[in-house]
Design a protein around this ligand. Structure first.
Ligand SMILES: Nc1ncnc2c1ncn2[C@@H]1O[C@H](COP(=O)(O)OS(=O)(=O)O)[C@@H](OP(=O)(O)O)[C@H]1O
Length: 226
């Protein structure tokens, strides 16, 4: 994940100059997880290319927070537990919304910033859950959104039992199947169910606001979270 300050620096250099040249009919894609939560990003991207199509992968914010924590933990094993970091005051049940792992999942808040510059029709929200359970279905939506022929289909994926995730088959060439790397799909630590319960209450109004803003309901409230 690109650090937000490095990202802003690259934007200042004018990212267009860093992109590969494209021919007519080709699309340039650029991916940085921190764009969505960087305040300056929508304004700068809009001033550079207002017709940019934006794709945002979202998953249950609680799972997202645990995933984020698991990633940090793998680099800094000495950090406090998730349960400790999640609260400002655990006795009062006060969630620490300034902790980035929690704050990033307040999708409605970040989206508000983007909607000042981009219409909803230019933004596709991809379900992180369906990207795992039905990667071809989710990729069909991505291809449609980008105005591409549906080249990537279920022929291209298989479920890898060892990885526990879908991987790429590469049916058209002789290349070996390819799964995402070790840093994707890590085992999450078990989190105290009371903390999960508190986080569900915390995120519910923000999730509702988000569903209303985008006219799409991800039903994260119905999920078993771990
Ligand atoms: N096919 C496949 N293989 C492996 N992992 C998959 C796949 N599809 C989605 N995921 C989920 O992607 C999560 C990692 O994505 P990141 O958020 O770290 O990506 S990034 O920061 O945008 O680069 C990662 O989160 P963790 O499970 O917490 O590691 C996965 O749940």
């Amino acid at each position: 994940m690109l650090d937000a300050s490095i990202f802003v620096f690259i934007m200042d250099l004018n990212i267009r100059n860093l992109m590969p040249k494209t021919l007519d009919g080709q699309i340039t894609m650029e991916k940085t997880p921190s764009y969505f939560v960087t305040n300056e990003a929508p304004k700068r991207i809009h001033s550079m290319a207002r017709d940019t199509k934006l794709i945002v992968v979202v998953r249950n914010p609680i799972t997202r927070a645990i995933s984020d924590y698991t990633q940090t933990l793998s680099k800094k094993p000495e950090i406090p537990s998730f349960e400790v970091l999640a609260f400002k005051n655990r006795t009062l049940g006060l969630i620490d919304a300034s902790w980035s792992a929690i704050r990033i999942g307040i999708y409605a808040l970040h989206l508000e910033n983007w909607l000042q510059y981009f219409p909803l029709s230019q933004i596709l929200f991809v379900s992180g859950e369906r990207l795992i359970s039905d990667p071809a279905g989710e990729m069909a939506k991505v291809q449609d959104f980008l105005g591409l022929k549906r080249i990537v289909t279920d022929k291209h994926f298989y479920f890898n039992e060892t990885k526990g995730f879908p991987c790429l088959k590469k049916p058209e060439d002789s290349g070996a199947p390819r799964c995402l790397g070790k840093s994707k799909g890590r085992t999450h630590p078990k989190i105290d169910p009371d903390v999960i319960h508190r986080l569900k209450k915390f995120y519910k109004p923000f999730n509702m606001m988000f569903y209303q803003m985008i006219g799409q309901n991800f039903q994260w409230e119905q999920e078993e979270t771990q």
